[in-house]
Ligand binder design. Structure first.
Ligand SMILES: CC(C)(COP(=O)(O)OP(=O)(O)OC[C@H]1O[C@@H](n2cnc3c(N)ncnc32)[C@H](O)[C@@H]1OP(=O)(O)O)[C@@H](O)C(=O)NCCC(=O)NCCS
Length: 174
């Protein structure tokens, strides 16, 4: 972990991860829009950013539901939401990581790692054999992050979510 005088704003030591609640939706939307603006081209990213609208996040919430097959977590630091992750499990032992995003002011502080660890616990608890996600091919920061967390490239999708933006498909086995 970095010390405050070596250029980092803080470390993730102060952050804690808990389940996403509907009341977090506005704060999460702001974090996710900022996170995705950090790598998506301005030209046609609006439809992706619209997916993080607070009402969409609230609709997807499984907070308080027993045996839910999807879960979302937030990282909270000093009472402020600084990161979000969402994923799922299924009866075939195959999970997905739908999305992860960290406030760009907090990149490289370990927040993404805290969120990923929480999601890995969820997948393990449900006995997942493998999990899958994808990452925009030019998003090298996230690609390296996923590689560090045991994901490996298994495929490629051209012009997938957005025209001109290709996706690398990634799997992680347990
Ligand atoms: C990808 C993403 C989630 C990573 O989150 P993050 O909080 O920056 O991740 P971490 O800090 O845990 O790890 C990133 C790096 O910081 C390093 N790090 C962790 N704690 C650190 C600390 N206290 N000080 C310095 N570096 C630290 C990690 O070792 C890692 O370094 P590396 O890339 O050289 O291996 C984040 O960059 C993001 O939100 N990107 C935009 C959205 C996105 O691309 N999402 C994925 C597509 S769905």
């Amino acid at each position: 972990m970095n010390s405050p005088d070596d250029g980092s704003r803080h470390s993730a030591g102060m952050a804690r991860v808990r389940q996403f609640r509907p009341a977090d939706a506005e704060a999460v939307a702001a974090v996710m829009v900022a996170a995705f603006k950090s790598f998506l081209p301005a030209r046609n990213r609006q439809q992706v950013l619209d997916g993080f609208a607070p009402e969409r996040l609230r609709e997807g919430s499984t907070y308080g539901r027993r045996n839910a097959t999807t879960v979302s977590y937030v990282a909270v630091e000093d009472g402020r939401v600084v990161g979000y992750i969402s994923g799922s499990v299924n009866v075939h032992g195959f999970g997905t990581l739908s999305v992860i995003g960290v406030d760009p002011d907090c990149f490289h502080c370990g927040i993404g790692t805290l969120l990923m660890r929480k999601m890995v616990s969820f997948w393990r608890r449900h006995g997942m054999r493998k999990v899958s996600t994808c990452v925009s091919a030019h998003n090298s920061r996230a690609l390296i992050f996923y590689l560090k967390h045991g994901f490996r490239p298994v495929g490629y999708q051209r012009d997938h979510f957005l025209e001109g933006v290709d996706e690398v498909i990634l799997d992680r086995f347990f």
